[in-house]
Design a protein around this ligand. Structure first.
Ligand code: SF4
Length: 296
């Protein structure tokens, strides 16, 4: 489960019902819908007979769209085999909303969880009750045998809790756990110093979390960590192969390359065997901490 391939990613909305302090999309400043439904339908129609047989819906929070179910119906009509949603899970704590989503064909959930308790998660999302709703959503999905992958973004508020978070997710029987480094863009760029821990500071906690998952034979991956900051765990790099992304009327044909364009490379990267997979370090991070931690 650390490889998803032949996926079209459709950015559904800028809007979110949470205000996560590290958000790379900068949702807290977005109040208006900017993506036209007609445009989404066009993408779905144009790709329906291609090699891309999975659709990933993301944003913002996709479930905030008023026409969310209309979009799901269109996906169903186009006969895509896999329908993935990246979500904070809040709406799926509601059984009626969840059942309607399942009956409209969503079959793979990527749920953001950033704390092992309400104190940490709600301080990150800046919305009370967010932890309880996310946990309820995960339980609702697993009770129905639905595939759940979680995503946890490491930041200053949660890094010490990572082993606890992983332990909790193992207990909840999620199918795959992804631990992501912080993308220093969007809201995270605005809060850069407050939310960004150094890779050296988080290293022990990240490795402990990985060892717990590996020991429990639980599928786990990391995303956008420079490989040299997770030495010995490189094989757990998250991979999206043939992942084509649509942002409104813009198309990103190679998402990995798009992400790498937000990064910089130091002298130490020039001959690095991992350069292709890692792509360097987010520029905002280098501005804050420099290059001293990197390299093989
Ligand atoms: S040396 Fe540079 S390219 Fe290599 S893993 Fe580290 S940050 Fe990435």
């Amino acid at each position: 489960m650390n490889v998803l391939s032949n996926v079209i990613g459709i950015y559904l909305t800028d809007v979110c019902n949470y205000k996560c302090v590290f958000c790379s999309v900068d949702n807290p400043s977005k109040k208006e819908e900017s993506i036209e439904k007609e445009n989404i339908f066009k993408i779905l129609e144009e790709n329906k007979d291609s090699d891309y047989q999975a659709v990933a819906l993301w944003g913002g929070e996709p479930t905030t769209r008023k026409d969310f179910f209309e979009i799901l119906e269109k996906i169903k009509e186009c006969c895509y085999e896999t329908v993935i949603i990246e979500t904070n899970g809040s709406k799926f704590s509601d059984l009626e909303f969840l059942e309607k989503t399942l009956s409209n064909g969503v079959n793979y959930f990527i749920i953001s969880i950033h704390g092992a308790n309400a104190q940490v998660q709600d301080a990150i999302s800046l919305v009370g009750g967010s932890f309880d709703r996310t946990i309820k959503a995960i339980e609702n999905l697993k009770e129905r045998g639905i595939a759940v992958r979680t995503n946890t973004v490491v930041n200053t508020l949660n890094y010490q809790q990572l082993p606890e978070i992983v332990e909790m997710l193992i207990q909840k029987n999620v199918d795959h756990i992804n631990i992501s480094a912080l993308r220093t863009i969007g809201n995270a760029a605005r809060n850069l110093k407050m939310v960004t821990p150094s890779f050296s500071a988080v290293s022990e906690s990240v490795k402990k979390a990985f060892d717990l998952a590996i020991g429990a034979e639980k599928s786990i991956s990391f995303d956008v960590f420079p490989s040299c900051t997770v030495k010995g765990y490189e094989e757990y790099q998250l991979k999206w192969t043939n992942f084509k992304m649509f942002y409104g009327d813009k198309v990103v044909n190679d998402f990995a390359r798009f992400t790498n364009n937000l990064k910089s490379k130091g002298a130490v990267c020039k001959k690095c065997p991992q350069l292709k997979l890692c792509g360097g370090v987010f520029r905002g991070y280098v501005d804050l901490f420099g290059w001293s931690e990197f390299g093989y």
